[in-house]
Design a protein around this ligand. Structure first.
Ligand code: ZN
Ligand code: ZN
Length: 381
């Protein structure tokens, strides 16, 4: 018998329906790649001139920007979804201009043009080229490469937060065409916006409400329960835990949380980002084993959800800044109420008509089954 599950934090629903077990032959297949130089790949070492100029890089002292020799290279996206807009030098200027549009509770009658309210696409969109080698996945990387990737995530979040023109930045990684990657060479992306994406806003509001009622962090409490119950725990390291969320949308969906309360990834110490990188890579190795039926490579997405930046920015009365004002009144801060986490979403099932129409995902492998299989896969390493 299938069941409905509702995430109390986000309000998200899924249908866990194991009898619909996904059919292997429908899954996307990725071809293997060797790591040799590709003449037309803009991310291969030696092809630096094929991208916009770098904004950051891990490279040995003395090596020339936009030349070879780098370990991780960050460049603006050549086809950016959003742009840094000189009209909005800080978050306050954007919020005060568009606050009423951003506020979901603004009565429709207050809009001059209630049907169309375009906002300029201001933001930052960066590409982090994970490695100079032409490889596909985190699981192709050596220890040093993984460390550098997770160190650069911290460096970019830190730099972007200091610009004070963005409310939030998401770091994500698409591996394989089935997961939305347009180029095979392993890379990550950062997208920063002047307002909070609605799912983060929803999570925050609910987490604040929980904190108000209990004086506790929602995620810390949730983890305490999961660690005791162990049903959905996949793996642990000293400071992090890997689990299959109770309300998993996709087969093999995994989340990685810091065990102790940490709101912002960029505040982690380097040995912690190193530890997290290693654990994430190991988890993807397990997912690849879980998906043994895939001929080729597992496609997946990684999403790093860190706390909002506005806690250190100017305050206004609108949208998520209402949240900031609310927090201030309660003597809370985003550091207290948000708990950063990393989601790993293997592309083993596609969203289709029902998902798009109803917003519910049908998951053919329960998170309890997935966690068990991933633990078994770890045993067989
Ligand atoms: Zn390449
Ligand atoms: Zn917490």
């Amino acid at each position: 018998m299938s069941e409905y599950r509702r995430d109390p934090l986000t309000g998200r629903w899924v249908i866990v329906a194991e009898e619909r077990a996904a059919r292997p032959h429908q899954f996307d297949i990725e071809t293997n790649a060797d790591d040799s130089y590709r003449e037309h790949c803009p991310f291969c070492e030696g092809n630096e001139s094929l991208t916009p100029g770098e904004v950051d890089a891990i490279r040995p002292p003395g090596s020339r920007a936009d030349g070879p020799g780098w370990a991780v290279r960050v460049v603006p996206n050549r086809y950016p979804a959003v742009h840094r807009d000189p009209r909005f030098p800080d978050n306050h200027s954007f919020q005060s201009r568009y606050g009423n549009v951003l506020d979901v509770d603004t009565p429709l009658a207050m809009f001059e043009k209630p049907f169309y309210q375009p906002l300029p696409g201001t933001g930052a969109h960066e590409v982090l080229v994970d490695t100079p080698r032409h490889i596909l996945s985190l699981t192709d990387m050596n220890d040093e490469e993984v460390k550098n990737v997770f160190r650069m995530y911290k460096r970019r979040l830190s730099a972007i937060s200091k610009e004070k023109r963005f409310a939030h930045a998401m770091i994500f990684k698409n591996v394989g065409a089935a997961a939305g990657a347009s180029l095979p060479h392993s890379h990550s992306q950062l997208l920063a916006m002047p307002f909070l994406p609605p799912p983060i806003q929803r999570e925050l509001h609910r987490a604040i409400a929980f904190r108000r009622e209990t004086d506790l962090c929602y995620w810390c409490e949730h983890l305490k329960h999961e660690l005791k119950n162990k049903l959905r725990i996949v793996d642990e390291s000293d400071h992090f835990v890997v689990l299959c969320p109770y309300v998993s949308r996709f087969p093999g969906e995994v989340a990685v949380f810091p065990k102790r309360h940490v709101s912002h990834y960029e505040t982690l110490q380097q040995h912690h980002t190193d530890e997290l990188g290693k654990l994430v890579r190991h988890t993807i190795t397990l997912l690849e084993k879980l998906a043994v039926w895939i001929k080729g490579r597992l496609a997946y997405n990684i999403v790093l959800k860190s706390g909002p930046f506005v806690y250190n920015g100017p305050l206004d009365q609108r949208d998520m800044l209402d949240t900031a004002v609310w927090l201030q009144k309660l003597d809370y801060s985003f550091e207290k109420v948000y708990h950063f986490h990393v989601s790993i979403l293997p592309s083993l099932a596609k969203a289709a008509g029902f998902e798009w129409g109803c917003g519910l995902h049908i998951n053919p492998i329960s998170p309890e089954t997935a966690a068990q299989r991933l633990r078994d896969a770890a045993q067989s390493v």
